[in-house]
Write a protein that binds this ligand. Structure first.
Ligand code: BGC
Length: 545
C-alpha cells in the first residue's frame, strides 16, 4: 500500500512515477478516447501497484496534431477528456490514496489553434502579437524560400509560411509554432500556468523539450550543414541547450518554491549527461530525465557505465538519478529487447521510432519480455527515481501492425511514411481478456488494439503469481520497504553480470550472459524468472537480502 508522505519536500528523490498517457488509459464515456473519469475509476488499480506518483501526459484542449503536445489552452482540460472539476476530483482521488500528481507542461511551442497564434496570424508583420512567436521573412529574391534550411524533428522544413508571406519556426509539427522566450509576456504567462496547476494541488511538472526554449536567431541564420552536432555543441547550438535557458528555470524554481512542499519538476532534455546536471540543479528544475539506460543495448558493460556515470552526476549536483526504459515516444522495451542486436552493437536512434513501413525485423517476444522483467528489477534496485510507462507492468509489446489509415503520429506524416512513428506504444491498455476494447471502455479504441492484446490484460494477469503484473506489484512493495539512501556498492562477479549492494543488505544481481551464475549466500526475495536450481539463469535479475 502506498504510504508516501504528502508533505515531504524530497518525496521525488526515490519515487516510482507511473506515466499515464490519458487518451489511452481508460475511457469512461465510451467515445474511444481515454479520459479523466476513466483514470479516476482506475485509482484502485494504481494503488494496487504501489507507485508514488502519476505523471499525466497532456490533457489540455488540443487538436491532437501531436498527441496533445500541441496545446490550445494551457489552463484548461480538453472537453473530450473532462472538465476542470474532473481534474480536481482526480487530484483528490490520487491524494487520498497517497499518490502524487505530476503534469506535463509544454513550453517550447503552443498549438497553432492557441489564441495567441490565431492573433499572430490576424496581425501584421512586426506586431506585438507576432513577437510571441518566431516569425521571419523568407529568403530568396522574393522571400518565397524558408529563412533557413533547418529540418523539423518530425521531418520536413522547420519553417511554415503564412498568408502574408512570412514564415514561422516550428521545431516539431507545423501545428506547433515555437514560442519566443525572449518575450516577457510569454515568460510571465507560463509562471501563471505553473501557479494555476500548483494552486489546484498538482505536486510537480514534467517539462517538455526543456532544452529548446532559448534560441540564437541572429542573422544570418546558419545553414544546417554548419550546425554543431547537438551532442557536442556544449551550449553553442543555436536551437538546443543554450546556457541562457537556465535563467528561465531559475524563475520557475522561485515560483515552485512558493508552495509547501515546493513543487517538483523534471526536465525532458536530450543533452549529454554532463550538461544534464544544470537542468537538475536545486535552483533550476531539480531533476532531469536520464535516457541513457533507455538508449543502451542489453549489455552489462554499457549498463554499468551508465549507472556509474549517472550516480556520480547526481552526487555532484545534489539531485537524484532518474531511470526509465519506456515512455510514449519510444518502442516499448519488451519489444526492443526482443529485436536482433544491431550489427555494431549500438542502440540507434531509428529504434526509438522503429518499424519504418514494411521493414519490421522479427521480434523475439519471449526474450524481450524476459529481459524487460530483468531490467525492471535492476532499475528498481537503483538509488533514485524510476519512471514507468503505462502497460509496461503488463509486459506489453509494441503494436507493430497498426493499419496506416489509423496512424496519428505527425512523424509518420511528415516523414511521408518512412517512419511509422510512435503510435505503437500508445494503443489503449487492455484491462480485460475479451470485450469490445478489452475493457478500455464501452466504445471502441482510437488506436486499433490487436487480437493478442487480451492475453496481456490486467484480468489475464491478476490471479497469476508468475505474471509480469504480479512481478511489478511484488517488486514495488519490496522496494518500498528497502529503498533508502542514495548509495550503491558494486560487488565483483562474473563478467557478464551486474551485482550491487544497497544499504540494509539489499543485493541485486543481473545475469546478462547465456550461462547461469552462482548466487551469493543470502535469501532470494524476488527473481524476474525462476532460478535454475540454486543458480541465476540468463537474462534474469534476483534480489537477495
Ligand atoms: C514529447 C513528444 C512530443 C515532443 C514535442 C517530446 O519530447 O515527449 O511526445 O512530440 O516533445 O512536444
Amino acid at each position: 500500500m502506498t504510504s508516501i508522505d504528502l508533505t515531504d519536500p524530497d518525496w521525488w528523490r526515490q519515487a516510482v512515477v507511473y506515466q499515464i498517457y490519458p487518451r489511452s488509459f481508460a475511457d469512461a464515456n465510451g467515445d474511444g478516447v481515454g479520459d479523466l473519469q476513466g483514470i479516476i475509476s482506475r485509482v484502485p488499480y494504481l494503488t494496487s501497484l504501489d507507485i508514488d506518483a502519476v505523471w499525466l501526459s497532456p490533457f489540455y484542449p488540443s487538436a491532437l496534431a501531436d498527441g496533445g503536445y500541441d496545446v490550445d489552452d494551457y489552463r484548461n482540460v480538453d472537453p473530450r477528456l473532462g472538465t476542470l472539476e474532473d481534474f480536481d476530483e482526480l487530484v483528490g482521488a490520487l491524494h487520498s490514496s497517497g499518490i502524487k500528481l505530476i503534469v506535463d507542461i509544454v513550453p517550447n511551442h503552443s498549438s497553432s489553434l492557441h489564441e495567441w497564434f490565431r492573433e499572430a496570424l490576424a496581425s501584421p508583420r512586426g506586431s506585438a502579437a507576432r513577437d510571441r512567436y518566431i516569425f521571419r521573412d523568407g529568403s530568396g529574391p522574393d522571400g518565397s524560400e524558408p529563412p533557413s534550411d533547418w529540418d523539423s524533428v518530425f521531418g520536413g522544413s522547420a519553417w511554415a509560411q503564412v498568408e502574408d508571406g512570412q514564415w514561422y519556426l516550428h521545431l516539431f509539427a507545423a501545428e506547433q509554432p515555437d514560442l519566443n522566450w525572449d518575450n516577457r509576456e510569454v515568460r510571465d504567462d507560463f509562471l501563471t500556468t505553473l501557479r494555476f496547476w500548483s494552486d489546484r494541488g498538482v505536486d510537480g511538472f514534467r517539462v517538455d523539450v526543456a532544452h529548446a526554449l532559448v534560441k540564437d536567431l541572429s542573422e544570418p541564420l546558419p545553414a544546417k550543414a554548419t550546425l554543431p552536432r547537438q551532442s557536442e555543441s556544449n551550449g553553442l547550438h543555436p536551437l538546443w541547450d543554450r546556457d541562457q535557458v537556465h535563467e528561465i528555470y531559475t524563475e520557475w524554481r522561485q515560483v515552485l518554491n512558493e508552495y509547501d512542499p515546493p513543487r517538483s519538476a523534471v526536465a525532458e532534455a536530450f543533452v549529454p549527461a554532463a550538461r544534464r546536471a544544470r537542468y537538475a540543479s536545486a535552483d533550476g528544475l531539480g531533476q532531469a530525465f536520464n535516457f541513457d539506460l533507455l538508449q543502451a543495448d542489453w549489455d552489462f558493460g554499457k549498463f554499468r557505465q551508465v549507472i556509474k556515470e549517472n550516480l556520480a552526476l547526481a552526487e555532484l549536483n545534489g539531485s537524484s538519478s532518474t531511470w526509465v526504459f519506456s515512455n510514449h515516444d519510444v518502442v516499448r522495451h519488451a519489444t526492443r529487447y526482443g529485436l536482433p542486436k544491431d550489427p555494431d552493437g549500438a542502440w540507434q536512434d531509428g529504434k526509438a521510432w522503429l518499424l519504418s513501413n514494411g521493414t519490421e525485423p522479427t521480434v523475439d517476444v519471449a526474450q524481450g519480455l524476459r529481459r524487460a522483467r530483468a531490467a525492471v528489477l535492476l532499475m528498481l534496485a537503483l538509488p533514485g527515481s524510476a519512471y514507468l510507462y503505462q502497460g509496461e507492468e503488463l509486459g506489453l509489446q509494441e503494436v507493430g501492425e497498426l493499419p496506416a489509415a489509423n496512424l496519428q503520429d505527425p512523424a509518420y506524416f511528415r516523414s511521408k511514411g518512412a517512419e511509422k512513428g510512435r503510435d505503437g506504444c500508445r494503443v489503449p491498455l487492455p484491462w480485460t481478456v475479451e470485450g469490445l476494447s478489452f475493457g478500455f471502455g464501452t466504445g471502441g479504441s482510437h488506436l486499433v488494439q490487436p487480437k493478442w492484446f487480451g492475453s496481456y490484460s490486467v484480468q489475464a494477469q491478476e490471479g497469476d503469481a508468475e505474471s509480469t503484473l504480479s512481478l511489478y506489484r511484488k517488486a514495488l512493495a519490496v522496494r518500498r520497504g528497502l529503498q533508502t539512501g542514495a548509495t550503491l556498492e558494486w560487488v565483483d562477479g562474473v563478467d557478464w553480470s551486474l551485482h550491487f549492494k544497497r544499504p540494509g543488505g539489499w543485493q541485486s544481481i543481473t545475469n546478462f550472459g547465456a550461462a547461469p551464475i552462482e548466487l551469493p549466500d543470502a535469501a532470494v526475495v524476488l527473481s524476474s524468472s525462476p532460478l535454475e536450481g540454486e543458480k541465476l539463469p540468463s537474462d534474469t535479475t534476483a534480489w537477495l537480502i
